[in-house]
Design a protein around this ligand. Sequence first.
Ligand code: ARG
Length: 462
Amino acid sequence: MPERKGRIDSPTARGLDERALKYTASIAYDRRLYRHDLAGSIAHARMLAKQGIIAGDDAESIVRGLDEIRDEIERGEFPFREELEDIHLNIEARLQEKIGEGAGRLHTARSRNDQIATDMRLFAMEACDDAVLGIRGMQAALLDLADANQGAVMPGYTHLQRAQPVLFAHHLLAYFEMLDRDSGRFRDCRSRADELPLGAGALAGSPYPLDREFVASELGFSRVSRNSIDAVADRDFVVEFHASAATAMMHVSRLAEEIVLWSSDEFSFVCLPDAFATGSSIMPQKRNPDVAELARGRTGRVYGNLMAILTTLKGLPLAYNRDLQEDKQPLFDTVDTVLSTLETFAALLPALQVDGERMEAAARNSYMLATDLADYLVLKRTPFRQAHQIIGELVRYAEGEGKALSGLSLEEYRRFSPLFDDDVLTLDVHASIAARDVPGGTAPPRVTEALRAARERLREVA
Ligand code: ARG
C-alpha cells in the first residue's frame, strides 16, 4: 500500500490493505465515546503515577494533553483519521503530537480490550440515567393529562370490544405503572453495568501494581470486575439496555396504537393538536398521527437491535473478539430512539385534546353495564353463574328490541328475574365506576388517591 503523506502509522494498522482498513475502522461512530475514553485515560494516568508506574510529570502532561484534546473535539477541530481505526488510537496519536514521547506511557498496563469495555460501561450507565429521566418526563405527562381530565369516563376494552366503563385517568395510570417497571429495569441495568473493567488488560490481568479501586472511584464505578476474562468479554449490560429499551418501547407503542385508534373518526376520543398532527399531501381533511405511528414503527427497530447484539454474542469464544465492535451502532441507535421517543411523548400527551363527552357517550351506548346487572342479582343472592345467564338473555332481548339496557322498563327487567327493583333503573356508567371501589379499582376516590400516590413516587425518584 502506498505510504500516505503525513500519515501517522497506527500501531495496529501498519501495512494493512486499504479495504481491510476501511472494513475494520470504527472511528466514524465510536468517536461518540470520546468523553468516556478521555475520562478513562485520565483516571488511568493518574493511577499509574500514584503507583509509581510512570513519573508524575509524565502523568501531568498526559492529563493536560487529554484535556486539550477534549476541547479540540468539542470545538470540532480534532483531526479524526480513519487509518487510526478507532477512538482510542485517534486520541493516543493526537496526544503524541501534542506532548511527544511521554504519550507512549499512557497505554502502560492497559489494553484496548479493557479500555473499550470501560468506555461502553460508562456510556451505558449514562444512557440508563437518561432513560430514567426520560421515563419520568413521560410519566409526569401522563399524570398531567389525567389531572386535566379527572372526571372523564371511557369504555374500557377487552378484545377491543367495549367491556366495562372506566375513568380515562385510570386507563392512563395503567401506562404509568408500565413505565414505572421500565424505569426499574434501566436502574437494574445500570447497577450491573456499574463495574470497572480496566485492569483486566487484554484478558489475563496486569503485571503492574495497579490500584483498580482508585480508578473505579475516579470514574464513578462502585466496584471493580472480579474476573479479567469476563471483564473484557462481557456485554450483558448492552443486552440488558436493549431489553429494557425494547420493553419500554413496547409500552409506548401500545399507547401509540391507542392514540392512533382514539384519533380516528371511528373513535374520535381525542384530537391531535396541530403541533403533533401532520397533513396529507393530497387529502386536505387529514390529520395524521405520524408521531404515534413512528413510535410504533421504531419499536420494531429497537427489537431488531436487541436481536442483533444477542446474535453477535451467542457464538463468541472467550475472551475479546473483534465481533464485539458491533455492539456500538445498534446501542447508539437504541439510545437515541428511546430517548427521543420518551421526550416527544412527554410533549405530545399533555397537548392531546380529549373529547370527554364523546368518550362517555361511547361508554353509555352499549351493553357495558351487563356485568353490573349480573352483580346486582348476585348481591340479591343469585349464584353468579345463574345471574350471568339471566343477564345474557336480557341483553339478547334488548338487542332484539333495538333498545339500550337503560331503555328497558322495570316490567321488562322483571320478566327475567323477580329480584329486579326500581333501583336497577338508576344504574349508569357512573354508578358502575363508583362501585369498583377496591384497591387498584376505577372508583373515583381510588383513582384520585392513585394519582396522588403516583405524583409522590415521581418526587421520590427525582
Ligand atoms: N474498536 C474496538 C472495539 O470496539 C476496540 C478494541 C479493539 N481491540 C482489539 N484487540 N482489536 O471493540
